[in-house]
Ligand binder design. Structure first.
Ligand SMILES: [Zn+2]
Ligand SMILES: [Zn+2]
Length: 147
């Protein structure tokens, strides 16, 4: 069993425990999300699956993503425009974003958690969360530009 198979099984258990009915479309959207580490938009998921489910609409994909989000299976990343991206990695991590193609890649930097306690000490706030993004040009775009 691959890692994503295992995560798919776990996600399905979470859906069942939350009383969510697992339709073939819902299963396919979940599988696509778990297999892609690219943080797709609803539109990208729709385009990837429309061949398999000709009756499916972008709205259906959105509704399924909302269901997953409500039970904590995915996170929605909003960037101030209409195209939210969806992330099935719900553990604490950061994103590096390509300014050329928009690709989003995960990375971990646990020591940054210290920022929260530092902010509490300095400001007296009760800190819950922080958000950091790193921007640059991905290796694919770098090699494209080199030609
Ligand atoms: Zn790029
Ligand atoms: Zn991510």
């Amino acid at each position: 069993m691959t890692v994503s198979d295992k995560r798919l099984q776990e996600a399905i258990v979470t859906l069942k425990d939350s009383g969510v009915r697992i339709t073939p479309q819902r299963h396919a959207v979940l599988e696509y999300l778990l297999n892609s580490m690219t943080h797709p938009t609803a539109d990208e998921i729709y385009k990837a699956l429309e061949g398999k489910f000709p009756n499916m609409s972008v709205a259906t994909v959105y509704n399924n993503l909302r269901v997953f989000k409500d039970i904590g299976l995915v996170r929605e990343l909003t960037y101030g425009d209409a195209s939210s991206r969806f992330d099935c990695n719900t553990t604490e991590h950061y994103h590096v974003i390509c300014e050329s193609c928009g690709k989003i890649v995960d990375f971990h930097y646990p020591s940054l958690d210290e920022v929260e306690s530092l902010a509490e000490q300095v400001t007296g706030f009760d800190v819950n969360n922080h958000r950091m993004e790193v921007y640059g040009i991905c290796s694919d775009c770098q090699s494209k530009n080199a030609h």
